[in-house]
Design a protein around this ligand. Structure first.
Ligand SMILES: *Cc1c(COP(=O)(O)O)cnc(C)c1O
Length: 337
């Protein structure tokens, strides 16, 4: 199967498997796993923050950030269609008693700054206390530019709010902008980065931030049952993802552009041109065509996902240039049938 459903389907490469097999390990709940400790210092250095914490998933690192920044009865401002709000089971509200204030994204995946400012609650006991703004980058594969991120940081500083980045695919944004990760993360108080997507690790995400914030997050991670013992076995693969992964993303982005280019030629295919900025290609269809295309692809060895939001095709390191050409051909046959 040529699997275009997500970059989460990437499997650990041989170098990762070898590193996992020979990893130096200890009890990470005692702080004694050397591989986890090294991974955490490398992630802190790369993101330009004081400290980092390794956790099981991006859902968990986002939750840890919200729990570490906010108190019960606080509120965070977040995109209506953001992962943190919509696709994480409502964890901040359920487990943290933190109220979300969702806002619509504009056409480029940003929450307009004036909408954020208007949503910040006055200090009045009728209201939850606005405490944090969460931004997602990339947002459905689209890159939010640095000037927007800096303007958001200026706004949150002015209102004494924390600024969190759901940077599940932060490296895709950094690669697309041709800047280093620390520059992308500089406007933020905390950053969550998935190592298990395009970066190719089998498991894991990191939360990066100040020493105090990470110490609080570490306490919450234990409470959530996220303290892992000889976690160096997975951190060893995660270290390779951090070091080598960003160069693989360059190819992922090139292949997404190639796929986008091929699909744009097809009569009747509605490809979102301005959304192809990293490793995703989006197509629009009405409700009946999506499932038909999905079934046609499946019968021809190509896995895609179709949802009411559209069809999202994701490139990743387990696909070759030939796979992309073949997938474009299979989709092309559907439109030319
Ligand atoms: C994938 C993803 C996450 C976290 O997902 P996990 O599967 O829990 O690692 C968070 N935010 C965004 C935008 C994502 O795409």
């Amino acid at each position: 199967m040529i699997d275009l459903r997500s970059d989460t389907v990437t499997k650990p490469c041989q170098a990762m498997r070898d590193a996992m097999a020979s990893a130096d390990v200890g009890d990470d709940v005692y702080g004694e796993d050397p591989t986890v400790n090294t991974l955490e210092s490398e992630a802190a250095a790369l993101s330009g923050k004081d400290a980092a914490l390794f956790a099981a998933s991006g859902t968990q690192t986002n939750l840890l950030a919200l729990l570490a920044h906010c108190e019960r009865g606080d509120e965070y401002i977040v995109g209506q269609d953001a992962h943190t709000y919509k696709y994480e089971g409502g964890g901040a509200a359920v487990l943290g008693s933190i109220q979300p204030q969702p806002l619509d994204f504009d056409d480029s995946g940003k929450m307009p700054l004036d909408a954020i400012e208007a949503a910040i609650k006055a200090d009045d006991f009728h209201f939850a206390k606005t405490r944090l703004v969460a931004i997602e980058n990339t947002q459905h594969g689209r890159v939010l530019p640095l000037d927007y991120l800096h303007a958001a940081a200026e706004l949150t500083a002015r209102h004494s709010l924390a600024l969190h980045l759901d940077g599940a695919r932060a490296y895709n944004a950094a690669v697309a902008l041709d800047i280093d990760l620390a520059t992308l993360c500089a406007p933020f108080d905390s950053v969550s980065i998935c190592l298990s997507k395009g970066l190719g690790a089998p498991v894991g995400s990191v939360l990066c931030g100040s020493n105090e914030l990470i110490a609080r997050a570490r306490r919450w991670r234990k409470m959530l049952g996220g303290g892992m013992r000889q976690a160096g076995t997975v951190a060893a693969a995660a270290r390779i993802a951090l070091t080598d992964g960003p160069t693989w993303l360059i190819d992922d982005h090139r292949r997404a552009r190639a796929l986008h280019g091929a699909l744009s030629q097809l009569p009747g295919a509605s490809v979102r041109d301005d959304w192809c900025q990293t490793n995703m290609v989006w197509l629009d269809f009405d409700d009946t065509v999506g499932p038909e295309l999905k079934a046609h692809c499946h019968d021809n060895g190509v896995a895609i996902s179709a949802s009411p939001r559209g069809i999202r095709l994701v490139t990743h390191r387990d696909l070759s240039d030939d796979d992309i050409a073949q997938a474009a051909d299979v989709i092309g046959r559907f439109f030319n049938r």
